[in-house]
Design a binder for this molecule. Structure first.
Ligand SMILES: Nc1ncnc2c1ncn2[C@@H]1O[C@H](COP(=O)(O)OP(=O)(O)OP(=O)(O)O)[C@@H](O)[C@H]1O
Ligand SMILES: [Mg+2]
Length: 280
């Protein structure tokens, strides 16, 4: 099974946008795909895909209730079908309090003498395993917020692999230089082996910069099959219309723009490469 977290140290570098496009590509490749939105922000994957989930309803069952061992139903019942062929477990406002809620759940487990079995950063993996849900899918992608904390740690612990959009700036490249240390830190914290499936320079201004960024990333030993150009009109358009980039191009554009098709093709190639890396 292919499992990864769309990860970046910085916010707003395209995790959710590129993630949505990758999800659609995996699905178009004939794979059964599940996404989990672990981001409490309103502008997350759930918003982009226009999923009408009861995120404000504090009584509704949601992923957090499962993570703190207080589910109101089965995990399967949290799954929504999107219009794009893949499924999604949506975000919920309870994710805002995840850290406190996990601490409380840990305390309760300790009081019952079951504290050793409760690992607050490994809950998502446990919940998925116990539910049998992953057996129904070929691909699992988790979209976390950019901040380090229990959302991210649960995502990484459950998926064990990362796809990393990188801002094509000095700062973004600095984060690539620090990647080895960062992955080591995650491995230590989660006591698990974490792999980088791909790093993706995203938002390249000048064509001539493309190869430089790809080469720098590859020289660090990370797979980097494609770089994605700056396509504000395409990506802003899909956030405006709340749909995947491919759907936006196919349904909301009155004529074909070659540079947009090229960007979609690149993301599709990235999806294929990720599928192949995970098979090795
Ligand atoms: N290649 C690109 N060219 C132009 N704009 C882009 C590109 N990729 C993403 N964007 C824009 O950047 C913004 C942030 O994207 P997105 O929300 O996917 O980032 P994120 O990393 O998920 O953010 P967060 O850390 O808040 O979760 C969006 O407005 C999106 O349209
Ligand atoms: Mg996001």
């Amino acid at each position: 099974m292919l499992t990864y977290t769309t990860y970046s140290e910085a916010g707003g570098v395209g995790k959710s946008t590129i993630g949505a496009a990758l999800l659609e590509s995996h699905s178009n490749h004939g794979l059964d795909v599940l996404a989990i939105d672990m981001d409490q922000q309103n502008g997350s994957l759930t918003y982009l895909l226009d999923i009408d989930a009861p995120r404000d309803d504090s009584q509704a069952d949601n992923i957090v209730r499962h993570l703190i061992d207080r589910p109101k139903g089965s995990l399967e019942d949290l799954i929504y079908e999107t219009e794009y062929g893949f499924d999604l477990i949506p975000s919920h406002n309870m994710l805002e309090s995840l850290e406190d809620l996990l601490n409380r759940a840990q305390q309760m487990a300790d009081d019952l003498g079951e504290g050793d079995d409760f690992d607050p950063y490994d809950r998502l993996r446990q919940v998925l395993l116990e539910s049998g849900v992953p057996q129904e899918y070929d691909v699992l992608v988790v979209d976390p917020p950019a901040t380090a904390g229990p959302h991210l740690y649960n995502a990484v612990s459950a998926t064990r692999s990362l796809v990393i959009p990188v801002e094509p700036t000095g700062k973004g490249m600095q984060s690539v230089l620090g990647l080895e240390e960062l992955v080591d830190g995650l491995q230590e914290r989660l006591e698990a082996e974490i792999g980088v499936l791909s790093a993706v320079p995203n938002g390249i201004g000048r064509t001539s910069d493309q190869d430089r960024y790809l080469t720098e990333i590859r020289d660090r030993g990370y797979p980097a099959p494609v770089a994605i150009r700056e396509r504000s009109s395409l990506f802003e358009g899909c956030w405006d219309q709340q749909c995947t980039p491919r759907y936006y191009v196919e349904e909301h554009r009155d004529r074909r723009r070659d540079h947009e098709s090229e960007t979609l093709d690149k993301i599709d190639r990235l999806a294929t490469e990720i599928e192949e890396v995970s098979e090795q």
